[in-house]
Design a protein around this ligand. Structure first.
Ligand code: GLU
Length: 327
């Protein structure tokens, strides 16, 4: 068995035995029913190899991880003009917080908090009709993952439509500032359907490949975004991808990552690997408790942190795995 598979298996074994598993999100009806016993992990390496363990083939609600892909699509549609409506600073606030919007005149701090992603959905509506935007988003995800079986879970989307009062408040408030420009039901319709995407760890790690490869999908060879845009999306993931837990995630894991309340995390080791983990129990900041721990273990054992010194000639991808001390 190869070295990386041994690491992935050992991490999955440790996570299966963990007693403290966090708390499953219960404010979205369909998520409350998911068992915290799950743990899955998938790593797609730059050479195309895939290593999986645990429940890596079981679909879960991708939720806020989709904000990375929604942003990618919206940047493709309107380019850097997007940044006149959304900031690029960590919020230091909860994922669904409204407080900063008042002093900052309806401009959300970044595209990865709910308010920011709602504006991104509104930007997509300027280009597409609502149904078309959702269909286009799904097509985009299927193409990135190379998998046409990926679907949006309508029950999850409807559940959020019925209970997403905070998101409705955020959208209404930003409409008052002119930063949501369409009827809020339409904008939120895109946002909720995007969040309700169902994928497993393997599919998610495959969808993240373009971010590990400087913006190019290594399977098709096609450019999804420019290398500069890929670097910038990764910078936002590192600084804003875990809400008010982003600093802690950078400290513990040291990789760009984006979490979702479904318990998934997509994390990228640039030039090395695209990694997806899933465990539904969340910590107090709304990020997967065991998912974070699993990524911390992976980085301790592989040295894949972006803060790891590398020799100029070997480059990041040239570094041997498994040669690091556990701290
Ligand atoms: N759909 C969720 C919400 O809007 C996304 C939050 C998350 O995944 O962190 O509340």
């Amino acid at each position: 068995m190869d070295h990386l598979q041994i690491i992935v298996d050992e991490i999955a074994e440790e996570m299966a035995l963990a007693v403290e598993r966090g708390k499953v999100a219960d404010y979205i009806p369909n998520l409350a029913a998911v068992s915290p016993a799950h743990f899955g992990m998938a790593i797609v390496s730059v050479d195309g190899s895939v290593h999986v363990a645990g429940d890596a083939e079981q679909a879960f609600s991708v939720q806020s991880i989709t904000k990375v892909f929604g942003l990618t699509m919206a940047l493709g549609a309107v380019g850097d003009a997007l940044w006149s409506r959304v900031g690029r600073e960590p919020s230091g606030s909860a994922f669904n917080s409204i407080v900063q919007l008042e002093t900052e005149k309806g401009i959300p701090r970044n595209p990865f908090i709910n308010a920011g992603a709602i504006v991104v959905s509104d930007i997509l509506l300027a280009r597409y009709e609502p149904r078309e935007a959702i269909a286009e988003f799904l097509r985009f995800m299927r193409a990135l993952a190379g998998d046409d079986t990926i679907v949006i879970d309508d029950h999850v989307a409807r559940g959020e439509e019925q209970t997403g009062f905070r998101n409705a408040a955020l959208a209404s408030y930003m409409r008052a500032f002119g930063n949501v420009r369409h009827p809020i039901e339409k904008t939120l319709g895109i946002y909720f359907h995007q969040c309700a995407l169902a994928m497993n760890c393997r599919q998610l790690a495959l969808a993240g490949r373009f971010l590990m490869c400087g913006g190019r999908n290594p399977e098709t060879g096609r450019s999804v975004v420019s290398p500069q845009r890929a670097r910038r999306i990764l910078a936002l993931m590192l600084t804003c991808g875990h809400y008010d837990g982003s600093g802690e995630f950078a400290y513990r894991v040291g990789l760009p990552g984006k979490s979702g309340v479904g318990g998934g995390i997509l994390s990228i080791a640039p030039g090395i690997a695209s990694i997806a983990v899933w465990s539904p129990g969340l910590n107090e900041r709304g990020n997967s408790h065991l998912g974070t721990l699993a990524l911390e273990r992976l980085v301790q054992r592989t040295g894949w942190s972006v803060f790891e010194p590398v020799s100029p000639d070997s480059g990041r991808a040239g570094r041997k795995i498994g040669s690091h001390f556990v701290d």
